[in-house]
Design a protein around this ligand. Structure first.
Ligand code: AMP
Length: 429
């Protein structure tokens, strides 16, 4: 299929050609026609599927049907949870709209509002915003949303996770009720389904699962290695084996900082992105990684989700996630758009159950790579420290501690191998 078959207007087709897009992705094929027809839409899809163009193209086309007024007003509003996503979406809008007279703008928190206010005062037709800064500027009287014809709620589930849903509801209330609504979410928890019922009218549903096609192109490998030797193995791989940009995942923010520090000592320049870093630090790290100044980025899951990095050769799971789906999301960062990618998992003895869960989900075993430099020595999980009997410990507890079964068995009970429904979110930050 070609974009032409979706009745896209020539200036947009030209921009898509210049962007190097030959064919619409599945979500574009499914979403563009109903959005062009003015329907509300729910897209179950995540970043990496081409979903930004799936809403940007028909938005531009619908807005282009009316000539631009002298006094521009915001006619399309896109709400997205993070600064990184806001910037990415903005860049896409600028690209797809490069041959149109429409203007796009972006606002997000964590930076001075002055340049953003100036941009708004010049007038924009499309505004991409994070909820906090938008609400703030609305309160200061810099933004009027009465003219919004199309409202997009992007990454709705992540908005929920990040506690932005109250802001989103307040913002949505200030929009005209005669508007078109598009909602995108990778998952559909009950709260989001509730919002769909509340805000959208007879929406078309489009569901795209990018995971299977994406990860099929990826060579998935594993090194068995002791926890204490992971850093040495990583240093070795980065120095001697991996010749392309590498994204390293750790479970915690602290772990990410530690890896960056240790790599620095070994002369390998790396930067971390995680929730404790300022917006500026995260953006800076991302830019340096994207433009090739640093080859190694160390990230936690939440910070990395949604980041669009095209030139990514390797993903390293420095810590294996305890939720197998998280593994799929992580490795989906490489091997994009038909490019070959390689995922490398570091698995210590305590992570073996996680590896089994991952292999079960993938329906295959990961390819074991020989670890001749740092072969694993541990054959039994390291037991957790025994609670020290103290005066404060009640007698029953003391007895229970001393009568406890073998350490390994106790530990196994502490770490459920697979969490059924209602499992807690991935231990991460
Ligand atoms: P998104 O899911 O919107 O973040 O898009 C993921 C990546 O796919 C971005 O780098 C886009 O530039 C790229 N992309 C979007 N649509 C297409 C397409 N039809 N053909 C090729 N690449 C695309």
């Amino acid at each position: 299929m070609h974009f032409k078959e979706l009745s896209i207007i020539p200036p947009i087709l030209r921009a898509l050609r210049e962007a190097g897009y030959n064919q619409p992705t599945p979500i574009q094929q499914q979403a563009i026609p109903p959005v062009l027809a003015g329907r509300d839409l729910v897209g179950c899809a995540q970043t990496g599927t081409g979903k930004t163009a799936a809403f940007a193209i028909p938005i531009f086309q619908r807005l282009s049907a009316t000539p631009v007024a002298k006094q521009r007003k915001i006619r399309a509003l896109i709400l997205t949870p993070t600064r990184e996503l806001a910037l990415q979406i903005y860049q896409n809008f600028v690209q797809y709209g490069s041959h149109l007279p429409l203007r796009s703008g972006v606002i997000f928190g964590g930076v001075s509002q002055e340049p953003q206010v100036r941009e708004l005062q010049r007038g924009v037709d499309v505004l991409i915003a994070t909820p906090g800064r938008l609400w703030d500027l609305m309160g200061q009287g810099f933004i009027r949303l009465g003219g919004v014809e199309i409202f997009v709620l992007d990454e709705a589930d992540r908005m929920l996770d990040m506690g932005f849903i109250a802001d989103v509801r307040r913002i949505a209330k200030s929009l005209s009720t005669r508007r078109q609504n598009l909602l995108f979410s990778a998952t559909m928890p009950d709260e989001i389904l509730g919002m769909v019922d509340e805000m959208l009218s007879s929406p078309v549903w489009v569901r795209i699962d990018p995971e299977i096609p994406t990860v099929e192109a990826i060579r998935q490998t594993v090194y068995f290695v002791d926890k204490a030797k992971k850093i040495r193995l990583l240093e070795h791989l980065l120095k001697a084996e991996l010749d392309d940009s590498t994204l390293v995942f750790t479970r915690t923010k602290h772990g990410a900082d530690r890896v960056v520090r240790m790599l620095g000592r070994a002369g390998i320049k790396a930067l971390a992105i995680h929730g404790n870093k300022s917006q500026n630090a995260r953006q800076n790290a991302l830019e340096q990684f994207k433009n090739g100044h640093i080859k190694v980025l160390v990230a936690t899951d939440i910070a990395a989700r949604g980041i669009d990095i095209n030139e990514l050769g390797y993903v390293i799971n420095y810590d294996l996630p305890n939720i197998p789906e998280t593994y799929v999301h992580r490795i989906g960062r490489t091997g994009r758009a038909g490019r070959e990618g390689m995922a490398i998992a570091f698995c210590d003895i305590e992570e073996r159950p996680y590896l089994r869960d991952i292999e079960k989900l993938m329906g295959k075993q990961l390819e074991e790579l020989p670890n001749t430099l740092y072969p694993p020595t541990a054959t039994e999980p390291v037991p957790p420290p025994m609670p020290r009997p103290s005066a404060k410990l009640k007698r029953g507890e003391q007895a229970a501690a001393s009568n406890s079964p073998s350490k390994t068995a106790r530990q196994r009970r502490r770490r459920p191998r697979r969490r059924p429904e209602g499992r807690p979110p991935n231990r991460q930050d």
